[in-house]
Ligand binder design. Structure first.
Ligand SMILES: Cc1cc2nc3c(=O)[nH]c(=O)nc-3n(C[C@H](O)[C@H](O)[C@H](O)COP(=O)(O)OP(=O)(O)OC[C@H]3O[C@@H](n4cnc5c(N)ncnc54)[C@H](O)[C@@H]3O)c2cc1C
Length: 451
């Protein structure tokens, strides 16, 4: 076995890993990245980017169908499935190429191809090579989709986000298992592209929403476009060779395709973490400090989807950067407010303290999309914005179900990060007529400010 000693080892060359590498080398650390796949990131290959590209096509079809409401007649609208996939994959490949370029710009002697496995708290083995880290090891191995039990008979019809963007055409019918952000986004996109879609989830919330009022608003809006079977567990059996029969308490349906959006689990299984003396939680995920990403007082760090904390892109990038920086001897910055988005229409954004974690004396302000002038102008009728404040009047969180939720969410995230009080937040320059006025209305409601 050959051996090498470096300052920092990064396992995984996705978003978190590449940021960790850059941050560590920027601090002068001799750093090595180990990647077992072909590089590129989940975000570009089969995550954020292809899903948003498919949503963009779906939005175009939807807007064309809706044009008649404004007195604009477009005629027959048809979706060219081959052209849709062609654009999705062409642009997706460009995004992948830019990540690969970043990866291949790393000097060859700092890149190792293969699967890493710990053989001690400060070292890993890749095939016949042993690499030891003087300062730290960053685990940035991402996550893998969970495929549900009970679908073995129809496994050939079941896709995950790793395969769905490789479809040749559009199925006539699709069952989406899981109404979280990932499942919901793709369910609405396929429905808008003309696919008959049904969503199944054993829980009652959609898009990851924790606030029951906002959830009800989202269910009403999105349920108008596709069938939502909530609090429903579906099973499947084969129907011929190219269809599945889904059955559940009270119903059954035939579908051509199934998308399993039933969650993602950190890709930690092959690393041998259980043998190196760090504390793991019940799911086998290292317990780590949220600011530094360090596992206890070890020299091991975990970042990105591998840490299962906030499985979104900006947290993967930031977590990787912090882990690389701290492993190389730097100090961790502050934690940012939580911020997650589902790119549905209406959009769903949750920022800061979640509804379920609000203190008992929290104050809540609301504004409905139906009462917003700009929403009416643009033909949007559904949605609800709720802002949460603490007893002292500080803005601490929000749940947003509204058009452009992601943009509204950024303003709330900035306000929370800057420790703003709700009255000050309400008293900003809110332009009219804009959807941003929803935030002003909710903030006024929360702070008890009369119009
Ligand atoms: C369909 C979908 C849509 C999404 N949309 C959004 C969105 O709109 N906005 C958003 O913010 N987030 C979105 N996300 C989440 C976002 O994509 C992820 O949070 C982010 O890509 C995670 O990056 P990462 O670096 O942790 O993992 P990855 O990019 O997966 O990188 C992990 C790398 O580690 C490598 N690896 C694993 N094990 C080993 C090992 N033992 N040895 C060596 N290498 C190893 C893997 O091969 C991989 O290259 C979406 C995710 C999905 C699935």
């Amino acid at each position: 076995m050959t051996g090498k000693v470096v300052d920092v080892i990064v396992i995984g060359a996705g978003t978190a890993g590449l940021k960790a590498y850059k941050a560590a080398t920027a601090r002068g650390a001799d750093t090595i990245v180990i990647e077992r796949g072909s590089g590129g990131s989940t975000c570009t290959r089969c995550g954020c980017m292809p899903s948003k590209l498919l949503i963009a096509a779906a939005r175009a079809a939807h807007q064309a169908r809706q044009a008649g409401r404004f007195g604009v007649e477009i005629g027959t609208i048809s979706v060219d499935a081959a052209a849709v996939w062609q654009r999705v994959r062409r642009e997706r490949d460009r995004f992948v190429a830019s990540v690969l370029e970043e990866y291949h710009a790393i000097p060859a002697d700092q890149r190792v191809h293969g699967g890493a496995r710990f053989d001690g708290p400060n070292s890993v083995v890749v095939d016949d090579r042993r690499i030891e880290a003087r300062r730290g090891i960053v685990v940035a191995t991402g996550a893998r989709p969970i495929t549900p039990d009970g679908f073995d008979d129809v496994r050939h019809l079941v896709h995950t986000h790793e395969t769905i963007f490789e479809l040749d055409g559009l199925p006539q019918s699709l069952a989406v298992l899981g109404a979280g952000p990932l499942g919901l986004e793709l369910a609405q996109a396929f429905a808008r592209l003309g696919v008959e879609v049904a969503v199944f989830d054993p829980g009652s919330s959609i898009g990851g929403l924790k606030d029951p009022d906002c959830n009800a608003a989202a269910v009403e809006a999105i349920g108008a476009e596709l069938r939502l079977h909530l609090e429903t567990k579906a099973r499947a059996s084969a129907h011929g060779s190219d269809q599945a029969k889904l059955h559940w308490d009270g119903g059954e349906m035939l579908v051509d395709c199934i998308l399993a959006a039933t969650g993602r689990t950190p890709a930690l299984q092959d690393l041998g973490l259980e043998h190196i003396g760090i504390t793991l939680d019940d799911d086998g995920v290292p317990v780590f400090d949220r600011r530094s990403h360090r596992c206890g007082d070890s020299r091991i760090f975990v970042a990105g989807d591998a840490d299962a904390w906030r499985p979104v892109l900006h947290e993967a990038a930031r977590g990787g950067r912090i882990a690389g920086q701290v492993a190389a001897g730097g100090e961790p910055p502050r934690c940012l407010p939580a911020f997650s988005v589902a790119f549905t229409e209406p959009g769903i954004a949750q920022i800061g303290t979640a509804f379920a974690d609000l203190p008992p004396d929290a104050r809540i302000g609301k504004a409905t999309v139906a009462d917003n002038g700009r929403a009416t102008v643009d033909g949007h009728t559904h949605g609800l914005v709720k802002l949460y404040g603490d007893r002292a009047g500080k803005l601490i969180g929000a749940s947003i179900v509204a058009p452009d939720a992601e943009h509204l969410g950024h303003l709330v995230a900035l306000g929370i990060d800057r420790d703003i009080d709700v009255a000050t937040f309400a008293d900003q320059a809110w332009y009219h007529p804009t959807l941003e006025e929803l935030l002003q209305s909710a903030a006024r409601d929360l702070a008890g400010i009369e119009d």
